[in-house]
Unconditional design. Sequence first.
Length: 760
Amino acid sequence: MTDPFDLDNLPEPSSPSETKHNQVPPFYLEGLNPPQLEAIEHVDGPVLVLAGAGTGKTRVLTTRLAHILATGRAFPNQILAVTFTNKAALEMKERVGAIIGDAVENMFWLGTFHSICVKILRRHADLVGLGTNFTILDQDDQVRLIKQIVRAADIDEKRFPPRMLAGIIDSWKNKGLLPAQVPEGDAYAYADGKAIKLYQTYQARLQELNAADFGDLILLCVNLFQKHPNILHEYQQRFRYILIDEYQDTNISQYLWLRLLAMSHKNICCVGDDDQSIYGWRGAEVGNILKFEKDFEGAKVVRLEQNYRSTTHILGAASGLITSNQDRLGKTLWTAEEGGEKITVNAVWDGRAEARAIGEIVEDLQRKKEHLSEMAILVRAGFQTREFEENFLTLGIPYRIIGGVRFYERAEIRDAMAYLRVIQNADDDLAFERIINVPKRGIGDTTVAKLHRIARAGSMSLVRASQDVVETEELAKKARTSLRDLLEKFDKWRTLAKDMSHIDLTDAVLEESGYYDKWRNDKSPDAPGKLENLSELLRGMEAFESLEEFLEHVSLVMENTAENQFDSVSIMTLHGSKGLEFDTVFLPGWEEELFPSRKSIEEHGERGLEEERRLAYVGITRAKKRAHIFYAATRYMFGNYMSPIPSRFIEELPKDHIERLGQQGLHSLDQGGYASAPNLDFNFGEGRENYQLDRSKAKKKTAGVTVKKATSQSEFSAGDRVFHDKFGYGTVTAIDGNKLMIDFEMGSSRKVMDSFIKPA
């Protein structure tokens, strides 16, 4: 194998062997359409391949790489091929290997941005202030180090969390900014202007530790090339051809790195789709792909528009939607396969009805022998998954959470549940140990270890051991005071539990324990989602009569959530779905403030809205055969019942490609007209509650409508046979307003609100 770093003895590739018109084209070019062939064979000079969803992007990229090698233009280690994930790099290597054979093993420079930059930095580490054996810090190590620096600077961690500074520093590195290059005004987002000084201290500390974080790997490489033109020239000579996948996802630092390497010979091919740029929140800059022709004068642009994945209606709807965006280069997807089902736009009452409706469609497709693995539910926010998880468990439909964890397995939900378990059972040591110092209250590992020793010696629970030890001098004063305060809170909560609803009790516990504040004060991007999940936890408790019943339910749910590796429905976020495809796609929650996201629009304005629209485009184009969009008349969001208007994206879908469906009373909501009405009453069919939508009493500062229940006499009668999603079939034995006493065939008698009951 040729030494990939031997820049002085590069072998000269043989002369290119072009395919003559009268020759048979090589096998790897068979079956390609004209634009694909053009993108592959136009090898020299800058090329931008605008590859729409499902247009064979990966095949074009890998075949182009193989074509360069097969025609003798370069040796394998003279090509730089960059991907965004290790999985994509491995797939590319396998595909190229299938064409050119063992020679692919010499492709030393095929990998992710970070992996390639590490190779370069290890060779020139001394020039960036590091040793060749430098350590790469993960995110946890990075935050820990920043926490030390923040504490040393005597900065209030509650007001200015270290994780917030970590995010700011990461954003600067994504923009290619070292401490000396950060505009002074940008520093005031943290600690009253101290952020740049803290960034300098952080970088100096990294050098002392002989370490770099992930942002450094590219930033330091850019800095190396800028300060040492001779080294840049060596790598420009090394890389005869450059290929970049998912160019629309590059940040500014990655863009600078690529441009420096390509400005000599300009043999750069970038493949991407401006309509699928959806990662702005993590630094991706859609402008990089939009200005490619300006950056590389004379660049050729090839549009791949023939879609091999989806039906006419799916492509028509997606293409019509994305035309509302202004910042795009423009293309229109089409397919040779005519026909297919129209996209359905479904109006439902609330999240529960949405989950039931999707469950029914899934069951119907199952009966038609459709595979569950070819179905996916794509949500905008993580809290949306709970309704689907619980409904699928009830129906016995296997499912998988892709790219995340199940609702009741999320850390914030486990924390909240631990508080409730200790209220219900003071001897639950596992639950008590989990939250004894969550949020931080000065009870460290030493204290917990001592409590364990006392508990074991006295054959008692941790709570009882804690009650004993706070009356002695065995613990440090701070730990003893904090522990006593926590025990007093649990005593108070147990007293409240006797008269307070389990929902209000949980809300009080999360507030008084400081757990809400833990996430309110956390400035990391994940924090708002944590609060939304806690809000959804309260929402999920409404279906149960007591705390005991709810905790029992969760235990059963956890018992039955073994990961299914076989035929199962995929549930994931829209962001996580990029690059995937399914026969059937469900798109729930298409309502204003949820999708498009209120936060995205508030923080980024029109730019944020356009990224949300691209996200909708990505969601629709995941579908091969059918797509079902849902929006609800009421939604529990931001801690309130709201009555959102349908997403503006629905109105932007071409009407020729969609079919509107809805429940009784919801058709009049299609145009969002109800949003201006002060009071509306709807009856949504047998067995459902009457709700009054009262705009005048909206809670807090939400922009929707608060929904309040209007108690009414149930339409069910004693003796009626009914069905409950969780408890199955049963018979009504007594009625109290809208609450029913039901004898269930599973062996239990329970009081249940009639809104959760269906006629059997």
